[in-house]
Design a protein around this ligand. Structure first.
Ligand code: HEM
Length: 398
């Protein structure tokens, strides 16, 4: 048998068996992959050099953990935007660059890109995938375009308007709870916790037509959504747990799976129940009953949606969209409302201006008659001149 000298590897003379050849091929493949990755990484770094970088905390962790999810963190974000008004780059660990675009002129090229090429987050969103599936937040390209078109009726004014009553009811429950807690002597409330429960309560009613009374007594479903959201934010900050195979070995990973199953079972059960109602009543009677209650739940819109070829959404697609709206709608609005309350508390003069405006509007009128949405009226700079891309969530999207 021919001998192969691998003394340079410290292995001594070995028989050139098929195993050895396989080892060599494997090692060459690995080396080629490492080289290709290194070249791609070098290229990426070179192309990103044009973005300014705030000073790193550490060569390995980069900027990871430097902007904590706290009040101090928010102040730092404000400072970063002031220092780098066009945009900047941060490193999450040694190999993951994240670009933040601030100025509308820079945001424009991303937002105006067609759905086929518009980039979507790959890392943070991959953590959401087992929960949200292929809902419009995570999907891209043709699937995103088709679903986005099919969901258009859900945003019609006549569908959205009755939801205001639901919001008012959920807020009244929250206020009553605050009054009770204050009269019992509580002086310190975690507003975000209460407001999150209120937004989750509202969404569960709008999306599923389901009243879990979660603001007054614990709800397994609502607790699971809060847990999933918190676990995902936590995982994002733990670089070593980004890999699925490691994450699902941890207690957090197992908790994530359990909460995901619970949330999916809830959504599946509502879909099945609505499908049965739709089949037994027929579409016309189903819609008549809905017209009487004056509210079409989001899940109904999804069940009734059809594309250009008359094809409906599958149960899996409906679940993904319903779960996506539950996620997309609760934390964002709860954070926004908490932020507004925080600032009103810090700036009593603006609080007073808001109070006066609300009083003036409410004089001799029912709150439900009032539809005012003009967020820029307190803005001292001329708002008419601000770019429609200045605030991404409500601006022209892809
Ligand atoms: C203050 C409140 C909100 C903020 C700041 C906000 C922020 C955003 C942002 C930045 C995006 C773009 C994400 C991306 O493309 O990667 C987005 C998309 C989305 N949001 Fe919101 N959002 C808010 C309220 C809501 C509400 C109330 C819902 C639903 C009930 C919702 C559902 C969605 C969905 C489904 C998407 C994906 C849209 C698509 O890709 O076509 N959001 N939101």
């Amino acid at each position: 048998m021919p001998q192969l000298s691998l003394s340079w590897l410290g292995l001594g003379p070995l028989a050139a068996s098929p195993w050895l050849l396989l080892l060599l091929v494997g090692a060459s493949w690995l080396l080629a992959r490492v080289l290709a990755w290194t070249y791609a990484f070098y290229n990426t770094c070179r192309r990103l050099r044009c973005f300014p970088q705030p000073p790193k905390g550490n060569w390995f962790w980069g900027h990871l953990g430097m902007v904590p999810p706290t009040e101090e963190g928010l102040r730092e974000v404000t400072q970063l935007v002031a220092t780098y008004p066009q945009g900047f780059m941060k490193w999450l660990g040694p190999t993951l660059p994240v670009i933040t675009l601030c100025h509308p002129d820079f945001v424009r090229s991303v937002l105006n890109a067609s759905a086929a090429v518009a980039p979507k987050d790959v890392i943070f969103y991959s953590f959401l995938k087992p929960w949200l599936g292929d809902g419009i937040l995570l999907s891209a390209g043709d699937k995103w375009s088709r679903h986005r078109r099919m969901l258009t009726p859900a945003f019609h004014f006549n569908i959205l308007k009755p939801y205001v009553k639901i919001f008012n009811k959920s807020v009244n429950i929250m206020h009553a709870k605050w009054q009770r807690l204050a009269s019992e002597g509580s002086v310190c409330l975690d507003m975000f916790e209460h407001i999150s429960l209120m937004t989750l309560d509202s969404l569960q009613k709008c999306v599923f037509g389901f009243d879990s009374n979660c603001q007054e007594s614990p709800s397994e479903y609502i607790a699971a959504i809060s847990e999933l959201s918190a676990l995902i934010v936590k995982r994002n900050r733990q670089l070593f747990l980004h890999a699925d195979f490691l994450y699902y070995l941890t207690p957090d990973g197992r908790r994530f799976r359990r909460a995901c199953d619970l949330v999916h079972n809830f959504t599946d059960a509502v879909i099945q129940e609505r499908r049965r109602a739709l089949e037994s009543q027929g579409v016309d009677d189903f819609l008549k009953a809905k017209a009487k209650s004056k509210t079409l739940d989001f899940i109904d819109v999804l069940l009734l949606a059809k594309d250009e070829n008359g094809k409906e959404l599958s149960d899996k697609d409906i679940r993904a969209e319903a779960d996506t709206f539950m996620f997309g709608g609760h934390d964002t609005t709860a954070s926004g409302i908490s932020w507004v309350l925080y600032n009103l508390a810090r700036h009593p003069e603006y609080q007073e201006r808001c109070r006066q405006e609300v009083r003036k509007l409410l004089r001799d009128r029912e709150p439900k008659e009032i539809e005012v949405y003009e967020p820029f009226r307190f803005d001292p700079e001329n708002p008419q001149n601000s770019s429609p891309l200045a605030f991404i969530p409500f601006s022209a999207g892809p």
